[in-house]
Write a protein that binds this ligand. Structure first.
Ligand code: UT7
Length: 326
């Protein structure tokens, strides 16, 4: 039996404050119709000034820990493009606030693909028997990156966090992560860039084309690596950047609309939080059910991209996890 990382619990956190498209039209030269038709977004959650990436990460992770009930967590990986400070990393503070002082905890920056990179890292630690349980968090405050008056970027982004608890298990079983496909291309580094908060620049049209291309290719590769036909996919969970991008990807993969999960209308593009927020939402509202063959894919700044498969596990029962590192 091959050792693999298995999803044991999910958690999610969104800031209380909601900014609707109508709210934006009061301060930007835009319309609800433009934002909806070009992006699919109707509102987004935006963190208060004093609400940090760590605050969101702690809330999402605490939910995953409460439902997963691990006896011990061996490693914490925090995917984020918006750490609280340049130095130190945000992850150790998050770990300490969760009562996990002493374990390895580190940030991982891979743009909106960060969560898939972090899952791959956690899965690798488990496969190598370096860890038995890994807490993987994606948390971002992307709404802080655009210039407040830039109508081309402000409507796109929201804040949030999501978390998955991974435990050691057996490859091929429900919840086990399949082979991960990851990639990057630094020649596109300037296409999405921010030297500091409030200075985001994005070449939207070029990013759009590349996002469709890379997510489609990575999804095909991940499905093939897992031995799946694309017709086997019950649920496509793409990074939520823009509903037109995700529809193109689904169409190119031949995944029917009803099998594509989305929450971009309610949260916008939440960066590294996007995929775990969607998994948490869809598993709680029943769109994602135990046994669903699920394909995750993402694309983001870097440029970076990735995809992986898993069969969604039954998370309703309590998982009592074993203690010490292997
Ligand atoms: O997470 C991964 C990173 N990000 C992404 O994946 C985002 C990828 N890109 C996109 O989602 C889309 O390119 C956008 C939503 C950013 C833009 O949509 P688009 O259909 O590519 O529009 P565009 O940039 O080609 O702009 C079309 C027009 C322009 O006007 P002109 O030059 O044709 O007169 C823009 O100035 O729409 C204008 N425009 C707006 N008008 C009203 C741009 N933003 C707005 C706005 N309201 N908010």
């Amino acid at each position: 039996m091959t050792r693999a990382a298995v999803v044991a619990a999910v958690g999610a956190a969104l800031p209380a404050s909601v900014v609707s498209n109508e709210d934006l039209t009061a301060r930007l030269d835009t319309t609800d119709e433009w934002i909806r038709s070009r992006t699919g977004i109707t509102r987004r959650h935006v963190a208060a000034a004093e609400e940090s990436t760590a605050d969101l990460a702690v809330r999402a992770a605490a939910q995953a820990l409460t439902s997963g009930e691990p006896d011990h967590v061996d490693t914490l990986v925090l995917a984020t493009t918006t750490p609280d400070r340049c130095c130190p990393a945000t992850a150790p503070a998050v770990a300490t606030r969760l009562g996990l002082t002493g374990i390895p905890a580190f940030d991982l920056a891979a743009g909106c693909t960060g969560f898939l990179y972090a899952l791959a890292t956690g899965a690798g630690l488990i496969a190598a028997a370096t860890a038995r349980t890994v807490l993987v968090i994606g948390a971002d405050r992307l709404a802080s990156l655009p210039h407040p008056h830039d109508r081309t970027t402000v409507p796109l982004f929201g804040d949030g966090a999501g978390a998955l608890l991974l435990r050691h298990g057996t490859a091929g079983k429900p919840g086990a992560l399949g082979p991960v496909v990851l990639g990057s291309d630094g020649t596109g580094a300037d296409l999405i860039r921010a030297d500091h908060p409030g200075a985001l620049h994005m070449d939207g049209a070029d990013v759009f084309r590349r996002a469709v291309d890379r997510m489609t290719t990575a999804s095909r590769q991940a499905a093939t690596a897992a031995g799946w036909d694309l017709g086997d996919v019950d649920r496509l969970v793409p990074h939520q950047a823009n509903s037109r991008i995700t529809s193109f990807v689904a169409r190119q993969l031949g995944v029917p609309d009803g099998r594509q999960l989305s929450n971009v209308a309610e949260v916008g593009n939440t960066g590294a939080a996007s995929i775990p927020l969607l998994l948490a939402r869809a598993s709680s509202d029943g769109r994602l059910k135990p046994g669903h063959r699920t394909l995750l894919t993402a694309f983001g700044a870097g440029l970076t991209w990735g995809a992986l498969t898993l069969t969604w596990p039954d998370l309703t029962r309590t998982h009592r996890l074993e203690g010490a590192p292997a």
